[in-house]
Design a protein around this ligand. Sequence first.
Ligand code: SF4
Ligand code: SF4
Length: 217
Amino acid sequence: MAHPEHAHEQKPAGGPRVLRLSEKNPKVRTVVMERGPLGIERTFLPAIIKGLGITVRHFFGNVTRREQTQTIQYPDEKCVYPPRYRGLHRLMRRQDDSVRCVACMMCPTVCPAHCITIIPGERADSNEKFPERFEIDELRCVVCGLCVEACPCDAIRMDSGIHMTPVEFRGDAVLAKVDLMKRGALSTAIQGGRGGDWRDHEPPERGPESLVPAAPR
Ligand code: SF4
Ligand code: SF4
C-alpha cells in the first residue's frame, strides 16, 4: 500500500493519476482525470443528431404504420376491459325490485377511503333495514373492491364495466342511491348468505349490456 504522502507519484498503467489516498480507506482515492483533445465528440453533436434521428424515425413510423403505436384513438376506439375489471359501483335489486342493501354498514366500515355514506331506515314490511341514503364519492374511491368483498348479501358490485367519466363539479362525482340503482340488476343471492354459491344461479347476462334501468325504491 502506498503512503498517502507519496500517492501523488502513482500513475498505474492505463489508469488516472492518483493525487491522494484516504487515510481511513486506501481504496478511496483522489485522481486527476486527463481530458483528451477537444474533438467533435466533446460537443455532443453526434449524440444529439443520432437521438433526433431516432425520434424522427419513430414519429414517421407511427404516422404511416400504426401497428407499433401503443396508444388508441379514445373515445372512437375503446379498450376491452377484462372480466374482473372494477368499474363504477352499482346497487343490486331483489325480486320485488327493491334494493338488496340492508344498511349493515360493513362497506363504509371497511372502505379505506371513507367515501361511502349510508343513512339507514327501517323497512315497513320486515325487521330489516334499508339505506334511506346511499352515496359513494367516486373521486375519493380508490377502486380497491373491499366494499364488494365485505357485503354479506351481494348488494353492491363493481362489475358494471363502466369507468368514471370526468366531471366539471366536485359534487357530480358523488353518486346517489338513484344513480347506483340505475345500473343495478336482479341478484339471486340468498339473503343472509345461506345455501349454495349465488354465482351458480347468476343469470347469464352480465356487464354493462345487462344493466336494467328501473326506478329505485
Ligand atoms: S372500492 Fe374501495 S375505496 Fe371504493 S368505495 Fe369500495 S371500499 Fe371504498
Ligand atoms: S355491505 Fe352491503 S348490505 Fe351492508 S351496507 Fe354495504 S352494500 Fe349495504
